[in-house]
Ligand binder design. Structure first.
Ligand code: FES
Length: 164
């Protein structure tokens, strides 16, 4: 256990805090371990809320600015909660021409979900990407590991329903 108290946070259970403490302990005193610690703590909690990063900075005896700097620099780290299903919509040229904008606005309206955000019930996160390399299938959407081609605005909600 680290000697620091666990701050209250609705997304971090006591079991998660204990896991976090084990991770910190395993890396204490080892230089250059901040990325590994952040990655493992993110796996334990799902993302990196501010009180968790404060706890890590105390536990590793590193300046808060170092921990926050690394966490916000690397795209593999998320400072916001993520949905259970990540929707990637392609906004590359082929998908754009074939109507991905309408697909995105259907998703946004239905789930009150902006690009780069997570729905309130944490079911979906929505990201746009430049080209998924499957332009022949445009417009393209990926949900988790599943790729969907020729996605039309009037079909997309039916596809997403199966994930709710
Ligand atoms: S532009 Fe969408 S897959 Fe290439």
């Amino acid at each position: 256990m680290t000697e620091f108290e666990h701050p209250q946070h609705p997304d971090i259970t006591e079991a998660m805090w204990q896991e976090v403490d084990k991770i910190i302990e395993a890396h204490q005193g080892k230089p250059g371990s901040i990325i590994a610690v952040l990655r493992e703590c993110q796996n334990a909690v799902g993302y990196l809320p501010v009180p968790l990063m404060d706890h890590i900075s105390q536990g590793l005896n590193l300046p808060r600015s170092d921990v926050f700097g690394v966490a916000s620099f690397y795209s593999l780290f998320s400072l916001e909660p993520k949905g259970r299903h990540l929707i990637k919509v392609c906004t590359g040229t082929a998908c754009y021409v074939k109507g991905i904008k309408e697909v995105i606005s259907r998703i946004s309206n239905e789930y009150h979900l902006e690009e780069g955000c997570t729905s309130e019930d944490r079911c979906f996160s929505l990201e746009s990407v430049r080209c998924l390399g499957a332009c022949g299938l445009a417009p393209v959407m990926v949900v988790g590991d599943n790729i969907y081609g020729d996605v039309k605005a009037d079909k997309v909600l039916g596809i997403l329903k199966q994930y709710t």
